[in-house]
Design a protein around this ligand. Structure first.
Ligand code: ADP
Ligand code: MG
Length: 494
């Protein structure tokens, strides 16, 4: 049962499909040896092929093929052992060939299923229709000269994967979670860096509305949406707009729209009547792309553990809460940091992995993420190294410092960059676990508070906390709370 959107004349249902463009991680372009590094000087990564000089021939880059297959495997898709490159013909200043080499009828990757998790804890399978390989175009720069447009061909010919979903999402949240999941999958697989600011990943967002139970309505397609929040805004505003148009007696035109960040809404870019006829046909310069099942099987064997499997393992083997596990696997870097820290802590503290998962995950998702959030930085720029963090946790695990003091030491680590052992040494923060020392302190406190001891013994058991507090005050929070409890109880209950 999908969510209903109320209109003036009754309820509506939304249908959403996404086409995600993901730039392949590869040293060189799809059909040439030119480099693909981001941020290079304009037109410094352009071969004769990328600038479409007469007589140049494209040569398929095997690495891009491997990456497309690996992405297909990550999404559980059918891999097609034979696919065909087609020419998609259109004219544009930043497209020197006059056509884009893409795949049309026979893509390299076929159907699959991606599972998403929603905020209420429920799951939903979203169908993937296909993944095909295609060339990126160059970039027109309109802001370099008052009267001229410049063209940078560095991107021209860079390999893109277009991942097309089935029209199976029905809310802004589902669209956002699907987009996030695709981004997570390609980043775990190492096939696309998912960097939306640099244009490595963007989505075309298709939206339509219909009455529950009716056929699919006419869709609009909003191009080049490059953040998860924008995807949600596009879907939200399109659902609203389309319901209003239809209820006012109008019709939805199948058209291409543009998202405007300033208003959070979309506007018409071109209608279907103006749409291109791309006159697709198989590129005569390229043979059909064929590879063996063995090639696919070998790639499948070498796939890294992906987020779903990792999450399951964190929960079952490391006894981490499903919530923490979800937070940790959401970004590959967080999961990597956590796993590296866990093994460093295991090594340092000589405790078994299964005993430390919960403590380490709580520290990473709580203390560390809290601090990083305040600093406004990501985990890869964490000012606290894995080895310092492992040292801090080990000091807490072996009882050298209490959990409370560990937080104080962590604050200090963030400011000073010093190792926790040095901080504990310099500030004299070692936990007092010496029973003789603590016992003497307790005796003194009880002697100085005879009235309170009487009240406690008379039934005011809440006062136990007062005595613990006194010991903590005397030791500046350094007394081992377990030892204090163990010694205090029998003395008071005497
Ligand atoms: P095109 O290449 O013209 O954009 P596709 O058949 O490749 O057309 O479909 C593009 C996307 O539109 C797919 O992600 C698909 O799920 C989605 N889509 C198709 N029909 C609808 C619809 N009625 N409402 C919403 N999305 C749709
Ligand atoms: Mg499309």
């Amino acid at each position: 049962m999908s969510k209903l959107y109320p209109g003036a004349t009754g309820n509506w249902e939304a249908v959403i499909g996404l086409e995600v463009h993901a730039q392949v991680i590869s040293e060189s372009k799809l059909f040439s040896g030119s480099a693909t590094a981001f941020g290079a000087e304009p037109n410094t990564q352009v071969s004769f092929v990328c600038s479409a000089q007469p007589g140049m021939l494209p040569v398929i880059n095997q690495e891009c093929v491997r990456q497309a297959v690996r992405t297909g495997l990550a999404m559980g898709c059918q891999i097609n052992l034979r696919s065909v490159f087609d020419r998609k013909n259109y004219f544009y200043a930043d497209l020197p060939q006059g056509y884009q080499i893409s795949q049309f009828k026979d893509p390299i990757v076929g159907e699959g299923i991606v599972n998403i998790e929603l905020e209420d804890g429920s799951n939903k399978d979203i169908g993937v229709e296909r993944l095909h390989l295609e060339q990126d175009a160059g970039k027109s720069m309109h802001d370099q000269h008052p009267t001229m447009t410049y063209v940078d061909l560095n991107r021209s010919g860079v390999a893109l994967m277009e991942i097309v979903s089935k029209p199976e999402m029905s809310t802004p949240e589902e669209a956002a979670e699907y987009f996030k999941k695709i981004r997570s999958l390609v980043r775990y697989a190492g096939t696309c860096d998912g960097n939306m600011d640099q244009g490595s990943m963007r989505a075309d967002v298709n939206v339509s509305v219909r009455r529950p139970g009716e056929e699919l309505g006419t869709r609009t397609e909003t191009k080049n949406v490059n953040s998860i929040r924008y995807v949600m805004q596009v879907v939200e505003s399109e659902i609203r707009r389309q319901i209003d148009v239809i209820e006012d007696g109008g019709r939805i035109n199948q058209e291409t729209r543009l998202f405007e960040v300033a208003t959070g809404t979309t506007r018409t870019m071109r209608s279907k009547e103006e749409a291109h006829d791309y006159r697709y046909f198989p590129d005569p310069d390229l043979l059909p792309l064929e590879f063996s099942q063995q090639f696919v099987d070998d790639l499948a064997k070498d796939m890294p553990e992906l987020s779903d499997a990792k999450k399951k393992r964190f929960i079952s083997d490391l006894h981490i809460t499903p919530y923490n596990a979800g937070v940790l696997v959401a970004e590959k870097e967080s999961a990597d940091y956590f796993e590296a820290l866990l093994s460093a802590t295991v090594e340092k503290s000589e405790k078994p992995t299964s005993e430390l998962g919960s403590l380490v995950s709580n520290w990473v998702t709580g203390d560390l993420f809290g601090a990083l959030n305040k600093l406004g930085i990501g985990i890869t720029s964490s000012p606290v190294s894995i080895s310092h963090a492992a040292e801090l946790l080990s000091l807490q695990i072996d009882g050298t410092i209490s959990g409370r003091i560990a937080k104080e030491v962590f604050e200090n680590m963030l400011e000073s960059g010093k190792s926790p052992e040095i901080i504990v040494e310099e500030k004299g923060l070692k936990q007092v676990s010496d029973t003789g020392e603590i016992e003497a302190m307790i005796d003194e406190i009880l002697a100085n508070n005879v009235d309170k001891v009487e009240e406690y013994r008379g039934g005011k058991s809440k006062l136990f906390g007062f005595f613990v507090g006194q010991v903590m005050q005397k030791t500046q929070g350094k007394a081992n709370p377990q030892v204090v409890n163990q010694l205090l109880k029998p003395k008071l209950d005497d």
